[in-house]
Design a protein around this ligand. Structure first.
Ligand SMILES: *[C@@H]1O[C@H](CO)[C@@H](O)[C@H](O)[C@H]1NC(C)=O
Ligand SMILES: *[C@@H]1O[C@H](CO)[C@@H](O)[C@H](O)[C@H]1NC(C)=O
Ligand SMILES: *[C@@H]1O[C@H](CO)[C@@H](O)[C@H](O)[C@H]1NC(C)=O
Ligand SMILES: *[C@@H]1O[C@H](CO)[C@@H](O)[C@H](O)[C@H]1NC(C)=O
Ligand SMILES: *[C@@H]1O[C@H](CO)[C@@H](O)[C@H](O)[C@H]1NC(C)=O
Ligand SMILES: *[C@@H]1O[C@H](CO)[C@@H](O)[C@H](O)[C@H]1NC(C)=O
Ligand SMILES: *[C@@H]1O[C@H](CO)[C@@H](O)[C@H](O)[C@H]1NC(C)=O
Ligand SMILES: *[C@@H]1O[C@H](CO)[C@@H](O)[C@H](O)[C@H]1NC(C)=O
Ligand SMILES: *[C@@H]1O[C@H](CO)[C@@H](O)[C@H](O)[C@H]1NC(C)=O
Ligand SMILES: *[C@@H]1O[C@H](CO)[C@@H](O)[C@H](O)[C@H]1NC(C)=O
Ligand SMILES: *[C@@H]1O[C@H](CO)[C@@H](O)[C@H](O)[C@H]1NC(C)=O
Ligand SMILES: CC(=O)N[C@H]1CO[C@H](CO)[C@@H](O)[C@@H]1O
Length: 809
């Protein structure tokens, strides 16, 4: 394919005209027109706090030659600096280049860095301060290692698909929670002078068919999955968290692999020129996901600014899109020079805005681990100052969902420990650049019989894997979101350490085919560690597996105090054992990072209190979820697989509420060793000034008056139990005409026994509006707004309501 072919949306054909579908679709011409054309690509304007950076960037770009400007837009391959992506230096003007590196759990593919709790774990903490600190300390390590752009955080996938293999990287199946945690992460990261690359823009909700499938002749046989999303759903659900991170200053956005309304996300003009650069006023640059570019001229005109890892077509070797030859398209007028100027200005403005022009900025490049010839040999990013955040982060993402008095453990004389997930994996040797995350290190699970086969003919993008990581405790998921820390605290090791303190005896059997039940002595508590694995490149084959369920059943059959701990990289159903009277406690331990064992031990013994809440719904049955399996290519679209987001905004708890389905554990749920009471709900709402929108003034993040404070809800939380604990007070709002209720505020407070604290939830215009597809703007609704405050999406003891009247009604 030559650059520019299949570029603009030209014809408006509709899927409706297909009749009885006799004819298979073999050309993507058929799909043109489904994503509206939005051209030309908006220039950076330097609005808001981008003014100075924009001026500096424009001045530098004015000095650059065509080739130098072009060089800023595409990645170059190096063999010696270890970065996932590199932008070359322009020594003539003192620009040292950029290093772009994975990702969400800490610096990937190197040594002497920490392995942080995963995005899912951070979301389960519901602690914005902690998310900020996690971003800040992670970024310190990126900086020390010589990275300018950290390839995270993840706010897409949002978690539409229950079995998505990457839900653990972001993890909140709600745009408000995802946006709040994502925005705090961006602030922490960028305050440290490292750019966030918020990903993956947009509609990236399944791994199957995320990339084109190549046939034996080297041709593209199947195009990427198309996420077909209506305008209202896109705004109210999938764009929302991106908007929050842009408002927080995100300097970089990564466009995704999938197509959106059949147009590839990295050349979708409606998404990039329209939503991102016009409606949300984005000032920074858009980079492709690695290999996400599928055209040259078309992607440039649609708003793409940088391509990675090179300008070559990764799917058709020998062909190129951008790169050294892209200047031809500028010289012959296919792409206006002003577009290239804008790409270069956006990239350099982001660089100036983050202060990366400082002489203190480390040379780009992390160096190859243990490679003494590399530029950064033996650079340790490990510090004492990061430890409290790693520790708090590991603790707060654990969610206790069942406790029949089994926990906390009280100086037990004898405990038994079971399960493949209790022990450290057999290998941990991060001695080369490619084998330096758990997936590549061999923490991967062994194959065994799948319990639940996905409803798809084949998995094309990665080898099929099983549901569990059998080889040892799961502290992080697989793929580019994972990384390896300096050491790993496994549960059994930490429990043994704790036993020392109490003179406890520990029995264990972590053999894969449990052959004993811990000897002949009845333990006071039997701890069973199981997991639910997920990795990039493949969706999960299910959300429960009979191997682990049988393991729990076997232990519980002979132990009346069986405590189940699940390291889960996504939703994990528990129906086979949740009602077993011998299963006295269940913990969703998520993916805590390197302090995993110490954290769960401290929580099990009550040295620290549980304070996490589920950032997703756990159903009683998989059929209760609105979108459980991924979509695949069905005739007549088998070459162009389609995923229709027909459920609209009704994912996760919005779906369970709308259809009155009782979940096993609802969104927002989590127990503590203490109890909390809620009282004194009050609402104050502006009575005038509600019709001024839109003012027309757009800064990065969108129209500035979307962030006007329209109402406040206040309440009081009291610790009614006997130990100190933290509660996440949650605010849900029912907007007239919208879902029953949607999360619109949360505050986590720590309280001593008997203590009370006020909580305030400020509500913005956007929080209280719905997206009007005709007016193309957010609109407050006239009518009665219902307000709910409590400890989960279904435990909401406080209710109130207030009226909004707009003149348009
Ligand atoms: C369309 O594709 C399906 C599945 O590959 C095949 O069974 C069918 O025969 C094809 N129809 C036509 C008209 O080619
Ligand atoms: C996708 O198509 C829907 C339905 O026509 C439309 O509402 C929406 O704006 C389109 N979005 C994009 C990004 O093309
Ligand atoms: C971008 O700026 C250039 C230079 O001022 C101008 O020629 C071009 O028309 C602008 N593009 C848009 C879309 O405003
Ligand atoms: C542009 O990048 C290429 C590839 O790294 C390099 O060979 C060339 O010297 C660069 N050109 C300029 C003018 O810096
Ligand atoms: C201009 O150059 C581009 C890139 O090589 C090519 O795709 C396009 O066909 C050329 N256009 C003209 C009018 O020559
Ligand atoms: C594992 O357990 C199964 C059934 O419980 C049994 O049939 C099998 O022989 C066991 N394998 C080993 C190696 O003990
Ligand atoms: C069950 O536990 C008892 C102690 O309560 C022990 O004597 C017995 O051996 C255990 N059964 C098995 C099958 O391990
Ligand atoms: C519970 O455990 C006891 C042994 O402590 C055992 O006798 C009983 O059968 C178990 N019950 C179930 C439902 O497994
Ligand atoms: C869900 O329901 C189906 C059909 O009744 C059943 O086969 C399956 O085991 C159930 N899943 C769970 C987790 O109970
Ligand atoms: C919300 O509370 C803040 C802080 O107390 C106050 O400044 C603001 O005016 C309040 N807004 C409304 C709409 O009551
Ligand atoms: C939230 O995290 C911060 C930073 O780790 C911590 O200081 C604070 O205590 C946490 N908040 C609650 C309520 O637990
Ligand atoms: C790296 C590693 O130890 N992998 C092992 C995981 O477990 C399976 C099944 O027990 C082994 O076959 C692998 O060698």
């Amino acid at each position: 394919m030559v650059p520019g072919k299949k570029s603009l949306a030209v014809a408006a054909l509709s899927l409706c005209g297909l009749g009885n579908a006799q004819q298979n679709i073999t050309s993507d011409d058929y799909f043109y027109g489904q994503s509206p054309p939005v051209y030309p690509s908006p220039n950076i304007t330097g609005t808001g706090d981008w003014a100075t950076a924009y001026q500096k960037a424009a001045a530098l770009v004015a000095q650059l030659t065509l080739e130098e400007k072009n060089n800023l837009t595409y990645g170059i391959e190096t063999t010696d600096n270890g970065c996932a992506g590199n932008i070359g230096a322009i020594p003539r003007v003192g620009f040292p280049g950029l290093c772009l590196q994975d990702a969400g759990n800490g610096v990937r593919a190197t040594d002497f860095v920490n392995s942080y709790p995963a995005g899912l774990h951070a979301a389960a903490s519901w602690n914005k301060t902690l998310a900020y600190e996690r971003g800040w300390h992670m970024a310190g390590e990126f900086k020390t290692k010589g990275v300018q752009v950290a390839l995270g955080p993840v706010v897409a996938p949002l978690g539409r698909l229950t079995t998505n293999g990457r839900n653990w990287e972001g993890g909140a199946a709600d745009p408000y929670l995802s946006g709040a945690i994502g925005a705090a992460t961006v602030e922490g990261t960028q305050d440290r002078g490292v750019m966030s690359s918020v990903k993956h823009f947009i509609g990236y909700e399944q791994e199957l068919y995320r990339n084109p499938t190549i046939n034996d002749a080297g041709e593209i046989a199947i195009q990427s999955i198309s996420s077909n999303i209506d305008d209202k759903t896109l705004h109210e659900l999938y764009l929302w968290p991106f908007q929050d991170t842009l408002k927080s200053g995100a300097a970089n956005i990564m466009c995704s692999y999938n197509r959106l309304n059949n147009s590839y996300a990295c050349q979708n003009s409606k998404a990039l020129n329209g939503l991102l650069k016009t409606e949300l006023g984005f000032q920074g640059f858009v980079v492709t996901d690695w290999g996400g570019q599928h055209s040259g001229v078309a992607s440039a005109l649609a708003g793409l600014d940088m391509t990675m890892p090179t300008g070559n077509n990764l799917f058709q070797p020998g062909e190129h899109f951008w790169g050294p030859h892209f200047t031809t398209a500028i010289n012959n007028g296919s792409v206006p020079l002003s577009r290239l100027d804008d790409m270069a200005t956006r990239i350099l403005a982001a660089w100036y805005k983050l202060g990366q022009d400082s002489p203190e900025e480390p040379t780009p490049g992390i160096g190859m681990p243990f490679d003494i010839s590399g530029p950064h040999e033996f650079v340790s990013a490990l510090t004492n100052e990061a430890k409290p955040t790693l520790w708090a982060g590991a603790l707060e993402g654990h969610v206790l969902v069942k406790n029949d008095g089994a926990l906390p453990l009280k100086c037990p004389k004898l405990i038994s420990v079971f399960g493949y997930d209790a022990i450290a994996p057999p290998q941990f040797i991060p001695n080369n650049a490619v084998a330096s995350d758990p997936w590549e290190l061999g923490f991967e699970p062994a194959f065994f019989q799948l319990d639940v086969l996905p409803n798809s003919p084949h998995i094309v993008d990665a080898p099929a894997i099983d549901q569990v990581a059998l080889n040892g405790t799961l502290s992080v998921g697989g793929g580019s979101g994972g990384n390896a820390g300096p050491y790993l605290s496994a549960p059994l090791d930490a429990l043994q350490q704790r036993a020392y303190q109490d003179n406890t005896m520990v029995q264990w059997d972590t053999s894969k085919n449990l052959t004993s039940l811990g000897g002949n002595r009845a333990a006071e508590a039997c701890l069973v560690f199981i997991n639910a694995f997920a990795t990039e490149g493949v969706d999960r084959p299910g959300t429960y597996d009979s191997y682990s369920d049988n393991l729990v059943a076997k232990v519980a059959s002979n132990c009346s105090n069986t405590i189940v701990i699940i390291h889960n990289a996504g939703v994990r159903l528990v129906e086979s054992f949740v009602d077993n009277p011998n299963v006295t406690a269940i913990v969703y331990a998520h993916l805590p990072g390197q302090y995993s064992g110490r954290a769960i031990t401290s929580l099990l013994y009550g040295d620290d209190n549980f304070s996490g809440k589920l950032p997703y719904t756990v159903a009683k049955n998989e059929t209760d979820f609105p979108a459980y399996w991924h979509s695949y290519g069905e005739a007549p679209y088998q070459e162009f697989p389609q995923s229709d987001f027909n459920e609209g905004v009704f994912i996760d708890y919005r779906h369970f509420d709308a259809h009155n389905i009782t979940p096993r554990y609802e969104f927002g749920f989590g127990l503590s060793y203490t109890t909390f009471g809620f009282s004194d709900v009050q609402v104050s709402c502006l009575e005038s000034g509600l019709d001024t929108y839109p003012s027309g003034h757009i800064e990065q993040g969108g129209a500035v008056d979307l962030w006007d404070n329209i109402a406040n809800v206040t309440a009081t939380v009291t610790n009614t139990g006997s130990v100190t604990g933290s509660e996440v007070a949650q605010l849900y709002v029912g907007i007239p005409g919208g879902p029953v209720r949607q999360l619109r505020g949360f505050e986590k407070v720590m309280l001593a026994p008997g203590a009370s604290s006020p909580v305030t939830f400020p509500l913005t215009r956007r929080d209280l509006s719905t997206w009007d597809v005709v007016a193309q703007k957010w609109e407050l609704q006239s009518g009665s707004y219902h307000v709910y405050v409590g400890s989960s999406s279904r435990d909401l003891p406080l209710t109130a309501s207030f009226q909004i009247t707009t003149s348009s009604s």
